[in-house]
Design a protein around this ligand. Structure first.
Ligand code: ATP
Ligand code: MG
Length: 339
């Protein structure tokens, strides 16, 4: 079989399930914007179908969808250069996901740590959608034949599953149709941790708002959350090795490093020896300096929801030019009459 050449194309998404937070910004948004400037077609999605795998109040969901769209643009994404839309408006995502539900194996899904984390002790009562989430995610990516997916470290396992689904589809049907996608995990902060617990990632679905810095937080809220962030009683070390076994200290230093663009050793050369009482206000000032222009721009954009909706609807039309032919060809390969 000849090896198919796929157009270099980036796909990634963010859920409108809560507040956009610093982890989304450093692990995802900021890198989405960087990739837009490189040699890729870039497709970015507000994944509302993923959000409803856990209960969402409809009015809140509408509001959060617009908020995430505003967050993308306020972080520097250009909706003329990239394709930006909400997932439900491009029906091929859900249609291909069904095919993938029939390719993926239940055993594969049972190994997914995100399902275990989110379903918790009461897995019997979780939605079927939460269990099938990774299959929809594989479809989000593969319905564009995306070759590269920038994500935070927490999504690594889902990306591996996406590769497994593509490989099994190609093998079962004897084609070389879906690409084996590359995860792009990296940047200065691929895993920002909770401010309350250095062993948990910062997350939009954490019950405690004090665990995260939201892009919508004002200056006082940011300062307060950093001041109250969990730490240990030691002073900061002057070298990176001194952060081992100190997850909370390491997290705050890494956040400082990612926001400032300095590497961890450079940061520690500046702040090593300081107590947290002295370091936290410096970190809070930097966070406010970097995030408040984004917050202000988000507010400005959200004052005109019709314009946001227009941008997403234009993005969805452009997205369907890519997804419709890929879905049609998938149906043909699978043997569906009329495709
Ligand atoms: P939820 O907890 O409901 O899953 P979330 O906070 O993980 O929400 P998502 O919409 O699931 O947010 O993730 C969007 C993107 O942000 C993904 O690429 C994910 O890997 C990245 N991301 C999420 N949290 C972090 C984090 N703490 N550090 C770095 N990247 C993150
Ligand atoms: Mg997540």
């Amino acid at each position: 079989m000849t090896q198919t050449q796929f157009t270099p194309r980036v796909f990634s998404g963010i859920q409108p399930s809560g507040n956009l937070h610093l982890g989304n910004y450093l692990g995802a948004l900021k890198r989405f914007v960087d990739m837009q400037e490189e040699d890729f077609e870039t497709v970015y999605c507000i994944v509302d179908l993923h959000a409803i795998t856990v209960w969402q109040d409809p009015e809140q969901l509408r509001q959060k969808t617009r908020e995430v769209c505003a967050g993308f643009i306020a972080s520097g994404l250009d909706p003329a250069k990239s394709i930006l839309f909400n997932q439900s408006q491009v029906p091929e995502h859900a249609q291909l996901a069904w095919i993938f539900n029939c390719v993926a194996r239940i055993g594969w899904m049972q190994r997914m740590t995100q399902f275990k984390d989110k379903a918790g002790k009461n897995a019997e009562n979780a939605s079927l959608g939460l269990f099938a989430y990774p299959s929809l995610m594989a479809s989000d990516i593969l319905v564009y034949h995306a070759t590269h997916v920038p994500v935070g470290e927490d999504q690594k396992q889902h990306l591996e599953l996406t590769r497994d689904i593509a490989a099994k589809f190609n093998h079962d049907y004897g084609v070389d149709f879906f690409p084996i996608t590359e995860p792009v995990i990296g940047g200065a902060a691929p895993r920002v941790m909770s401010l309350r617990d250095g062993s948990k990632k910062m997350s939009s679905s954490d019950a405690s708002d004090m665990s995260r810095i939201n892009l919508t937080d004002d200056t006082d809220a940011i300062a307060k959350k950093i001041r109250k962030a969990k730490t240990d009683p030691e002073a900061l070390p002057s070298e990176a090795a001194g952060l081992e076994d100190r997850p909370e200290a390491r997290n705050l230093v890494r956040i400082y490093s990612a926001l400032s663009g300095l590497d961890v050793d450079q940061v520690l050369a500046e702040v090593g020896g300081k107590q947290f009482g002295a370091f936290k206000p410096i970190l809070a000032d930097l966070a406010v300096e970097k995030l408040s222009p984004i917050t202000t721009e988000m507010d400005r954009l959200l004052a005109d929801p019709a314009e946001i909706d227009r941008i997403m609807s234009d993005g969805a039309k452009r997205a369907r030019k890519i997804t419709a032919p890929i879905l049609r060809r998938t149906y043909e390969i699978v043997g569906m009459v009329g495709a």
